[in-house]
Design a protein. Structure first.
Length: 328
């Protein structure tokens, strides 16, 4: 039994992914589970893929999309167990404008947005506005603008980087994130966490450089609002057909829940949102990793036959997850 750990990343993403990879392999080493690291930004031979029995995707954002497409197609065509977001879903989720359109067409509240073009004088901006990379990640290239001069400046910055500028209405209010995860074959919407930060936006500098933010694990929310959040997050994930994991960011303003973005490949690190959401509920980091692997029938059949102690642990984990799902 060998688990293929797929990861890629661009810029700071790759740093996070390598850290996550080390934390996952530490868990697998502790239980003597073999693994193969598969770095999507390298040339990968099919023999490397064939040496694995199943795959867990840490992150699939890459410099060379066509190489990734070829690898994923080979995995799909050969019916490997694949624990991660399918490529076609990732492409939808990375397109923020299209994602918002899909969600709004199903009644989910999202910011009004359009692909910004400084040559179109007919486009109207209601200040303040958010200008960001339509396909961006890790809170990179996100700006808040208070006038048209600043809008043009930020659009030119994005265009100079070959980015597609997206304009969104700025939403005031408290910011939250809420994870969806499938563990042991059971779908869960985890409790929402509040992201508290100085300034008006949660941008790259706030998140990664200044570290001027705080995660509130037990946010002050009414029971009604708490329930509404989980319903909306569940609805959004059904609409977008996400698989295995995602993280939904949203703001609350005067009791209204406005969905900002759905991240189809959230960080799986020990200190990030999903792991901390599970820790709040009494689960360890190894529960997250083995809970994901337990979605694979190949993995379960192997440990049932060859690793009885590990199989017993996972069955107990499955029972705990099932009880949690019944309690909402």
């Amino acid at each position: 039994m060998k688990v293929g750990l797929i990861y890629g990343g661009i810029d700071v993403e790759e740093v996070h992914n390598r850290k996550t990879l080390k934390e996952i392999t530490d868990v697998l080493d502790n239980y003597q589970i073999k693994y193969q690291n598969i770095y999507l930004n390298d040339k990968i031979k099919k023999q490397l893929i064939d040496s694995c029995d199943l795959f867990l995707v840490i992150d699939s954002n890459v410099l060379n999309y066509f190489q990734k497409f070829g690898i994923f197609k080979y995995v799909y065509d050969n019916n490997f167990d694949f624990i991660g977001q399918r490529d076609e879903i990732c492409r939808i989720l990375r397109d923020k404008h299209y994602t918002n359109f899909l969600l709004r067409s199903h009644g989910v509240s999202t910011p009004k947005s359009f692909i910004s073009n400084i040559n179109k004088k007919s486009q109207k901006y209601s200040y303040p506005v958010i200008i960001k990379d339509n396909y961006g990640s890790s809170s990179s290239d996100v700006y808040i603008c208070d006038d048209y001069t600043d809008v043009k400046k930020k659009i030119k910055i994005l265009l100079s980087k070959n980015k597609i500028p997206l304009c969104e209405n700025y939403i005031e209010g408290r910011e939250f994130t809420c994870a969806y995860i499938r563990v042991c074959g059971i779908d869960l919407i985890l409790d929402p966490l509040e992201i508290e930060y100085k300034g008006r936006i949660y941008d790259f500098e706030t998140k990664n450089i200044n570290l001027d933010n705080k995660l509130i694990v037990y946010p002050k929310l009414s029971k009604l609002l708490f329930k509404k959040i989980k319903i909306i997050v569940s609805q959004a994930n059904r609409i977008l057909n996400t698989q295995y994991y995602s993280r939904t960011d949203f703001k609350i303003n005067n009791g209204n829940i406005i969905l900002i973005e759905v991240n189809g490949e959230p960080v799986l690190a020990k200190d990030d949102f999903i792991a901390r959401s599970l820790y709040k509920l009494g689960f360890e980091y190894k529960d997250l990793i083995f809970g994901l692997l337990a979605n694979s029938s190949i993995f379960l059949n192997y440990i049932k036959k060859h690793r009885r102690e590990l199989y017993s642990y996972i069955k107990k984990l499955e029972y705990r997850i099932l009880q949690l799902s019944k309690n909402g």
